[in-house]
Ligand binder design. Sequence first.
Ligand SMILES: [Zn+2]
Ligand SMILES: [Zn+2]
Length: 270
Amino acid sequence: MVRELYQRLREYFNNLPEPTEEEKQFIRELNAGDFPITSVHRDDLEGKGFDVKKISDNDMQNLAKKMADDYHEQLFWPSMEIIAGEILGFPKVKTKDIVCPKCNSENIRYDIHESRFHCDECPLAWDDKLYVLVEFPEDSAPFEEEGTGYPAWESVDNGALYVSEEDYVRHTGKSPERDKCYRAVCWPDSQKYMGTKGCDPIQDENGIRDFGTSAYWVPLLLMEEAAGQRTDKKKAPVCPECGGTDIDILSDEGVAVCNGCHLEWPYVED
Ligand SMILES: [Zn+2]
Ligand SMILES: [Zn+2]
């Protein structure tokens, strides 16, 4: 409804023979490139059992605004990307001419579920959001010459650089070791890594330009560990005797001990 109305208003104003100054302003705003998505009506509320006689236009405005904010924060971006890209097949700008850093093939596809590029000519796959810590001086020299990479600040090894996985493969011909891989975590997600061992603040000019202030280099393994711990909790062991879940696992002895009934049983973590 609101979409058609907006479209009709635009046509009406665009076809005014001699628009006033005020009308010209409306024409500019109506042609600014906005396309309304949806609206909320009292009938929608009534359909869910609300007493619409007690709900003012101001209340409706407030509801519409809060629903718009909520949509924008949660579903707007993924929904737009899926419908525009996968369903309607809207073209995307080629960011730059992406070639495989290993074999130079231009036959590259991006897997949005994995967030990785895949080369169709060789088995290489890489992540354009992944960075590799290269140490000074032997490993970092080719990157320094090229002027790529971000300097490491608190790394033991002064002169070390964080370089993109793509650049790393291009120069070394191999994929990086996972324990050398990092992600740039931006504010506010970076808060939980402040002062964490192995995490490095991003303080150089280019780093701040690309990732903002208060961003951190966080080891990939640390991020995966944090994600893994959350899943571990879900399949916590249960005591076969009393059904308790307050269980200590002594992995070096291969047993689990129930803190409720003190039963001890063989247990191997998978
Ligand atoms: Zn390739
Ligand atoms: Zn028990």
